[in-house]
Design a protein around this ligand. Sequence first.
Ligand SMILES: C[S@@+](CC[C@H](N)C(=O)[O-])C[C@H]1O[C@@H](n2cnc3c(N)ncnc32)[C@H](O)[C@@H]1O
Length: 202
Amino acid sequence: MDAAQKFELLRRFFDEVNGRDKAIGKGDKSNSVGVYMPSDLASIKQGIEQLDGMIDPAGWFLDGGAGKLQVALLMAGVYEIPTLAVEYDGELLIESSYYIPELKRRGFEVSAPLVMQKGNFLTDEVYKRAGINFCDITTSMNFYSDHLGLARKIAKEGKKGSVFIFHGPERRDRDFSPLKFEREIILRKYYSVDRGLYIYRK
Ligand SMILES: C[S@@+](CC[C@H](N)C(=O)[O-])C[C@H]1O[C@@H](n2cnc3c(N)ncnc32)[C@H](O)[C@@H]1O
């Protein structure tokens, strides 16, 4: 299966999961750290592919607030980038751990390391448990959840040159200094708002 076929399989799988969860009232979900809502995978892929090599495939990719692992599976399974998925909501993580064998049964192999951790991505403890140094993470991504805290952690402890991808509503003047803003990629509208990927670098 090539990368395009894997992406299609993943997209269809999450369309099923998200459609089913929405139908039983388990779509968007609030918890004590924020709100879970799934990304639009096709938009994320389109955005990631415009990054022109900014993601280092040899370093770790952090999905900070991984939800049901959609983006983590895209990165580790389709782009073959070692990925650390950190999610505070244990229920979401338990549910999504069943997706990996189900995807495998359908022919989708997760070819790169995918490490899942329950916990708060702002704490050192999750990285210790994962056996991954925060400074070995070369790209971090976050979908509008504790993004300021994560930007601060990258500024303080992250690897020099590492990239922070903030996925959020369209707004040009978002300031995560001292991280330096590099570029924005406007995504198509979903959840009725314009969204973008905003790229910063330490
Ligand atoms: C908007 S959802 C995004 C889910 C997923 N990344 C996606 O794009 O489909 C944000 C998720 O971040 C989680 N979250 C928020 N703050 C967190 C934190 N400090 N540590 C770990 N997870 C967090 C929430 O529980 C929620 O599941």
